[in-house]
Write a protein that binds this ligand. Sequence first.
Ligand code: ADP
Ligand code: MG
Length: 362
Amino acid sequence: MASSFPSVSELEADARRLFGQVFGGEAPQVAVCAPGRVNLIGEHTDYNQGFVLPMALPLVSVVVGSQTPGQDVTVVTATEDADEPRRVDFSVPSDGSMLCPGLPGWANYVKGVIQHYKAPPVPGFRAVIASSVPLGGGLSSSASLEVALYTFLQQLKPDDGDKVSKALACQQAEHTHAGVPCGIMDQFVSVLGREGHALLIDCRSLEATAIPLADPSLVILITNSNVKHSLTGKAKHRLDDVTYRRARHVIEEIERTAQAAETLKRGAYKEFGKLMVESHNSLRDLYEVSCSELDELVSAAMEVEGVFGSRMTGGGFGGCTVTLMQADAVDRTILHIKERYSGTPTFYVTTPSEGARVLGLS
Ligand code: ADP
Ligand code: MG
C-alpha cells in the first residue's frame, strides 16, 4: 500500500547500467551507498549544539565508478530531479587550487566533498550517482550524496577511516560549496547510522548513543507532503519576542529529545509519541517553521487509532512528516491521510538502516 522504493541492489544495477552506457561498456570497479535519514525528534537543535534523534533510512544514494589516469573527473547523475546538465566534467584540484562552486547546482555537493576530502590529492575518476532519496524532501538527499561520494573516494585513495571527521568533511562541503550552513546531524547519521537503531547524537560533543528500534510491532511511516515553500522572512515582528520563542523552542526541544531517547529505551511508545506531537506544536508555534500541509498531515495521522505520535521532520516549510504507530495501524493510517490531505502525499514505510557502506560488486 505504501509507495515502494527501489532496493539498494536495484539502484546499484541501474547505476551500473548507466555507467556502461555513458562510458562505452566499461564496468565500474567500485560501488558504494550512503543513506538519507529521518529525524524522529530534535529539530533545529543540531546547529544549536543540542540533541537530535535521527535514524538512517533504506533510501540511499549509490555511487558507482572507477579511478582513471590523470586528473579528470566525470560525474553523471541518474536523478531526473537534479538540475541540468546531469553530466559534469572538471579537473581535481591540484596543489592549493580550489574547485569553485557553480552550475549545475548538484555538482557543488560533489566538488565540495572532493575539496574537503581528508587524504588529498584525489585521483581522476568517472562515476554515476543514483538515488532513492527524494531531492529536497527533508530526508537529506544532500548528505547521502556527500557521504556516498566521500565513501567512494575512500575506495580510490583511503583516508584514516575516522568516521566523525568524515561526517565533518561532508558538512564542510555543504557549507562551502552548496552554501547551506547546515548542522552535523545529516552527515553524522548517514555515516554512523546502525541497522535497527536510532542515534541519539549530542551535537556539541559529537558523541552518539545507539538506541534499539527494531520492535516488529512498530512502524515508522514517512509521509512526503510533496510541497516546498520558500523561506520568507516575516517583517515587523518584535525581535525580542521572536528571539524568545525561537530560543524557547530550542531549549525545550533539547530536553524533549533527551526524554524521548529514554522513553524509546523503555519501549514507552505512547510517551514517545506525545513528545513527537509536542515537538511538532513547538515547531509550529514557537519556531514557526511548519506550514498548513504539514499540520494537516500530522492532525490526520493523530486521528487514527494505534498512532502514537506524528510530527514534521527536517527543516520545515514543506517536506515530510514522521509518524510512529502500531504495525497493524499502517494501512488505515495511509488511507485516512489520503482522504484528509488536500495534496498528493507519498508514503514510505521505513526501518532504521545501516550507515554508508561499500557494496559488493556482483
Ligand atoms: P534534502 O537534503 O532535504 O533532500 P537539500 O536541498 O539539502 O534537500 O538537497 C537537495 C539537493 O542535493 C538537490 O537539489 C541536488 O542539488 C542535490 N542532490 C541530492 N541528491 C542528488 C542526486 N542523486 N543527484 C544530483 N543531485 C543531488
Ligand atoms: Mg539537505
